[in-house]
Design a protein around this ligand. Structure first.
Ligand code: GDP
Length: 538
């Protein structure tokens, strides 16, 4: 390659990076994630009509057993990426599965996101799943944008919602707009920076909304907004102006200050203003830490890492797709890359972009994008792919399991297939596997962050490995890896309300029934070093 083309390529990559923004939505079920996603896509022109995301799902034929499970449960297990263009930006929405029973995939998706949108229901405020996902964002220090949804319904006082975020998440808040009334009396929001009133008007379903904006000084405002509502809102704004945070990009970028927006996804109110501000404030695809230090996105060499594996999307081919987040350089179809864990060179001949359930072959991809690679078992979560000299990105952490269940094999003659299936699903990252300390008990223990992971395992054992398996719930809720090893465990006296198990690397783990039991144990054994998550195997 001549120097000339190198420079040209780099410019092309730099331009692509500058245009890209990638984010994931973190929320609790029912807060309105699907609704907001549909409305965002509507502005992007990626689909013509809002509602199509769900319609797609309903019309979808069950092309695999995997999807059959999704259909039976009426949920979406598959998390994918939605890419759309808006105002000359390319936006990648990393879609996390939207169900109560979330899984480790939900967490892992956040490892590939540069920004997060925290979606709250104005009547409920912070909810458990949002808190958990927030922890991952905090760990990664990614910018968090808060969208307070359902303002068309009676909700909590805006100040109390902000206080909750500040005191419980330790996150400073910066409202970008401020509501005028709520529920029946919701009249719109005041844009704090332009000093305009954005009037609430229910958009025609499926249409882009063009909210009417009036200057605060405009007399026409009184035609739409009652005086006492406006005054109340202005008074609150004054309090905010005096005591609240100021916009500081650095703080948004390091995840310590969250811009806050009020709106109503269902009526398509406040979605466009949110998107406009988000694009101005969000972080571009950033550099990522590796064994060689931070790797800049606009580099000549391609690199990326696997953050999610999806099996059996098409049962005829028993295919597996590895989702790769592009971190640097330009990805091109048919390119050869190195696989850092095995040192092998692989030609990536059938890369795909996956939009919901549809796939199309991609010719190129840039930092911040996600591509799907057919994976005949060679990729694991966290694997790095690269061109140039050896590179390895920081691994994706595992997460502390909260649900434990024996996996019983009712048919001993199928033992081999059972074991093969369990091992392969573990390697793929579908679930964590533990074993009883007592070696005579050979049934594996499934350890997961969501109930759904357990069901997926039994379903796939049956459909892909032809073996039956029964779940038998265990009464534990917490796991701690004991880094002091087995000698320390042997010194422990009798311990109650907990169970000693081991992971597949024969490392000791203790399961506890509840937080109280765990605290008691820590008090009695304060010489021990306990880890919430499985230490990385080197
Ligand atoms: P998800 O579980 O977070 O994906 O939530 P959905 O998008 O499916 O929304 C859950 C319910 O809340 C649905 O009945 C939506 O119609 C409703 N919803 C979503 N956004 C709004 C909103 O802004 N206002 C009102 N009133 N309802 C909403």
């Amino acid at each position: 390659m001549s120097l000339g083309t190198k420079i040209l390529n780099n410019k092309d990559i730099l331009e692509a990076v500058n245009k890209r923004r990638n984010f994931a939505i973190i929320s609790h079920p029912d807060a309105g994630k699907t609704t907001l996603t549909e409305k965002l896509l509507l502005y992007g022109g990626a689909i013509q009509q809002a509602g199509a995301v769900k319609a797609r799902g309903n019309q979808r034929k069950a092309t695999s057993d995997w999807m059959e499970l999704e259909k039976q449960r009426g949920i979406s297990i598959t998390s994918t990426v939605l890419q759309f263009e808006y105002e000359r930006s390319v936006i990648n929405l990393l879609d996390t599965p939207g169900h109560q029973d979330f899984s480790e995939d939900t967490y892992r998706t956040l490892a590939a996101a540069d920004n997060a949108v925290m979606l709250e229901d104005a009547a409920k405020g912070l909810e458990p799943q949002t808190r958990k996902l927030f922890e991952v964002c905090k760990m990664r220090k990614i910018p968090i944008f808060t969208f307070i949804n359902k303002m068309d319904r009676p909700g909590r006082e805006p100040f109390s919602l902000l206080d909750e975020i500040e005191s419980e998440l330790g996150l400073n808040t910066l409202p970008i707009n401020w509501p005028i009334g709520s529920g029946e009396e919701f009249r719109g929001v005041i844009d704090r920076f332009s000093r305009e009133v954005i009037l609430f008007d229910k958009a025609v379903r499926g249409k882009q909304s063009n909210e009417k904006r009036l200057s605060l000084e405009d007399k026409e405002v009184s035609k739409y907004v009652e005086r006492d509502l406006l005054e109340n809102s202005l008074e609150e704004l004054e309090v905010l102006d005096e005591a609240g945070s100021k916009f500081e990009k650095e703080k948004v970028f390091n995840g310590s200050l969250t811009p806050v927006f009020f709106g109503s996804a269902m009526t398509n109110f406040g979605v466009r203003p949110f998107l406009d501000s988000f694009l101005k404030m969000a972080q571009k695809p950033t550099s990522r830490n590796s064994n060689k230090g931070d790797i800049e996105p606009a580099s000549d060499e391609f690199s990326g890492f696997v953050f999610k594996l999806q099996a059996n999307m098409d049962p005829k081919h028993r295919d597996r797709v590895a989702f790769v987040r592009v971190c640097s350089g330009k990805f091109e179809k048919d390119m050869s890359v190195k696989h850092s864990r095995t040192g092998k060179t692989i030609r990536l001949s059938r890369p795909q972009k996956i939009f919901g359930q549809d796939r199309e072959v991609v010719d190129d991809a840039y930092p911040g994008d996600v591509i799907g690679l057919n994976n005949p078992g060679m990729f694991s979560i966290g694997d790095t792919l690269y061109t140039g000299t050896h590179l390895e990105y920081e691994g994706i952490p595992s997460f502390s399991p909260e649900i434990f269940s024996w996996l019983r094999n009712p048919n001993p003659s199928a033992f081999k297939n059972f074991r093969k299936g369990v091992n392969e699903l573990r390697e793929e990252g579908a679930v964590q596997i533990l074993y009883d300390f007592d070696e005579s008990k050979r049934d594996p223990i499934l350890a997961a962050v969501g109930q759904l992971q357990l069901e997926v395992v039994t379903h796939r054992l049956k459909s892909e490995y032809g073996v039956d398996a029964n779940l038998e719930a265990m009464p534990y809720q917490l796991a701690r890896w004991i880094s002091d090893g087995w000698p320390a465990i042997e010194k422990l006296g009798r311990i109650f309300n907990c169970k000693i198990v081991k992971d597949c690397w024969n490392r000791p783990v203790i399961l506890f029934k509840n937080e109280w039991n765990l605290n008691q144990f820590v008090e009695d054994n304060n010489q021990l070093n306990l880890n919430k998550v499985a230490p990385v195997v080197s």
